[in-house]
Design a protein around this ligand. Structure first.
Ligand code: GLY
Length: 347
């Protein structure tokens, strides 16, 4: 029997060795997927200050984090969320990576915001949002501010601890025989996050990690802040969004703003300790959509995941591996790097 296209691709000497450049969640997810498919993979991990995976909240939230509003992206986000439980099972236990499934809770803390939130819940019925009056809200989350007036829950959304996920992916990569070092002469997959020149620019985010008594069960969201509880009781409070290059300095003003907004929705945070202030750089393309595909015969890029790198890791890994296997990947058409070329480049 003749060899399949996939087997031929794997046997092609120029592709037998693949280098994945970037040791964040996307790079590690791709590297693990390629190992699973029988490729020899070298990981080139350029440790950088402000790598998004170390600062990210880890919300797996296609509804809550759909701020680009692009038709092409939402199906990808939903498909990746679907993949998550099975994907995590291959990597580690849900406990190890802190995979939670309590859903996102959108909270209005005053009358103006209540009207906006009601409108939002009606507009986005596909999110299966359950509207909650004040009593129902407090039954779910007794530590909310007494000012909270109502809200809604998107039950299908999840969260994960990106640092733990990254560590678990790295352990698995090493255990499966992945190599670390420099890129060889074969195919290179560039997953360098905000450093994937010239495809992206850095969008800075500052966030806080608080610790103490657990206060909330759900991811709590207002238009101004989100709170993501970890299983060990810590609380992630995020996040700012601004563009000032790769300035990783933690700002007092940002910390003040995050604490103020968090306090307005869950006043008990005042009793918690500040465990860490983190700064990370979201990789953003000009249209805020990922850029995934060949940019040269021996180079693929997979970056530009902007606010959703952790969510999009499983589907990105699968699609990049399909591409390398030689499959047609229509799902990648909207994210083709070629969309930037007519204007002379991506920058
Ligand atoms: N995904 C949350 C953020 O980028 O702030």
């Amino acid at each position: 029997m003749g060899s399949t296209r996939k087997e031929r691709a794997r046997n092609d000497s120029s592709r037998a060795e693949i280098a994945v450049v970037g040791g964040g969640v996307i790079g590690l997810a791709v590297a693990n997927e390629l190992l699973d498919r029988g490729y020899a993979v070298t990981l080139v991990d350029e440790a950088r200050e402000g790598v998004a995976s170390n600062a990210a909240a880890g919300m797996l939230a296609p509804f809550a984090e759909d701020d680009v509003g692009a038709d092409a992206l939402v199906p990808l986000m939903n498909a990746s969320l679907e993949m998550y439980p099975g994907w995590v099972e291959r990597i580690a236990s849900a406990d190890e990576v802190d995979l939670t499934s309590t859903g996102s809770l959108f909270v209005a803390r005053d009358r103006d915001r209540l009207a906006t939130l009601r409108h939002e819940a009606r507009r986005r019925t596909e999110a299966n949002a359950d509207w909650l009056d004040r009593d129902a809200l407090f039954e779910l989350e007794p530590h909310l501010s007494p000012r909270a007036l109502g809200g809604f829950r998107v039950a299908r959304e999840r969260a994960i601890d990106p640092r733990r996920l990254r560590a678990a992916l790295a352990r698995r990569f090493d255990a499966l025989g992945g190599r670390r070092g420099d890129a060889g002469a074969g195919l290179v997959v560039r997953c360098c996050g905000a450093w994937t020149d010239p495809w992206v620019r850095p969008v800075r985010g500052q966030a806080l990690l608080l610790s103490g008594a657990p206060l909330v069960q759900h991811v709590i969201r207002t238009p101004d802040v989100y709170l993501v509880p970890r299983r060990d009781g810590r609380l992630y409070v995020g996040a700012t969004s601004d563009e000032r290059g790769f300035d990783a300095t933690a700002s007092a003003g940002d910390t003040l703003e995050l604490l103020r907004e968090a306090f307005l929705v869950v006043p008990g945070i005042a009793e918690l300790a500040i465990e860490a202030i983190v700064v990370g750089f979201r990789p953003a393309t000009r249209d805020h959509l990922p850029v995934i595909g060949y940019v040269a015969p021996d180079t693929i890029v997979a970056t530009g995941h902007y606010r959703n790198g952790v969510l999009l890791a499983p589907i990105t890994a699968r699609l990049v591996a399909d591409l390398i296997d030689g499959d047609a990947v229509p799902a990648l058409a909207p994210f083709d790097p070629a969309r930037f070329k007519p204007n002379g480049g991506p920058a």
